[in-house]
Ligand binder design. Structure first.
Ligand SMILES: O=C(O)CCC(=O)C(=O)O
Ligand SMILES: [Fe+2]
Length: 246
């Protein structure tokens, strides 16, 4: 058994010729009671309860943080009535990502490849933590800004699904990973998505003459499918618009 999935972004990613530093594993549907154990069984055929307990004790507070941030945003937008329904959409991907040190890849020092190219996440939200090696950068007004995350803090990014649901009130930033150091960068991502099969559609309160509907309703896994099959077709930051822009 391997960490494979027929759903996009739900399994192992790596050995990508243009991204020689990047490798990532995924626990899909994190809150499903069997998901962590099934993942552990890939590496430890007799199971590994210490690992499973560690994943759960690490991810549970992140799931709470995810809910807290969403609640704050919805309150700020005056959408209290939607909070319960919105928070009910609990579907998470939990990824373990490694960006190998440049020194371990022959020729990489000279070509200085990206850890991950500029993109927006298709998620509702992404919470990132890392070891002591920085590398995440956010694009603001065409400038790359370093996001230095201390080992006991997190970066929280809004994804395209949140941008669409808020009819563009939230910005889903273009980001990338650029490592420079001698050591591996390890990062963990908690990706929150609407439940598979759910269509994301902006609430009527956020659509009016001044704010016409920006995106047609869409299903996030289909957006993911589009992101993988049309990677590079549109500029980073334009994919959502090209997929379902009105
Ligand atoms: O490793 C990171 O800091 C970011 C990873 C990322 O952007 C992604 O997996 O979508
Ligand atoms: Fe990302």
């Amino acid at each position: 058994m391997k960490n494979l999935s027929n759903k996009p972004f739900h399994g192992y990613a790596g050995m990508i010729p243009d991204l020689p530093l990047f490798e990532s594993l995924c626990i899909a549907d994190l809150l499903n009671p069997q998901s962590v154990e099934n993942f552990a069984n890939i590496f430890w055929p007799h199971g590994n309860s210490d690992f499973c307990n560690l994943v759960k004790s690490y991810s549970n507070p992140l799931v709470e943080l995810d809910a807290m941030v969403k609640r704050m945003i919805l309150e700020k937008l005056g959408l209290q009535n939607y909070i319960d329904e919105f928070l009910d959409h609990k579907y998470f991907l939990f990824r373990f990502t490694r960006y190998k040190a440049l020194s371990t890849i022959s020729g990489a020092e000279n070509s200085n490849p990206a850890g991950l190219n500029g993109h927006t996440d298709g998620t509702i939200m992404t919470i990132i933590s890392q070891n002591q090696v920085n590398g995440l950068q956010i694009n603001k007004n065409n400038e790359w800004i370093d996001v230095n995350i201390s080992p006991n803090s997190y970066a929280v990014l809004a994804g395209d699904s949140f941008k669409a649901w808020t009819n563009g009130r939230l910005h889903s930033p273009i980001h990338r990973v650029k490592t420079t150091g001698e050591s591996d960068r390890l990062s963990i991502q908690l990706f929150s998505l609407p439940k598979p099969g759910h269509f994301t559609e902006a609430p009527k309160e956020l659509v009016d003459e001044e704010h016409p509907l920006l995106f047609k309703p869409f299903e996030t896994l289909e957006l993911f499918e589009y992101l993988t099959s049309h990677a590079g077709d549109s500029a980073p930051g334009e994919t959502l618009k090209s997929y379902c822009g009105v």
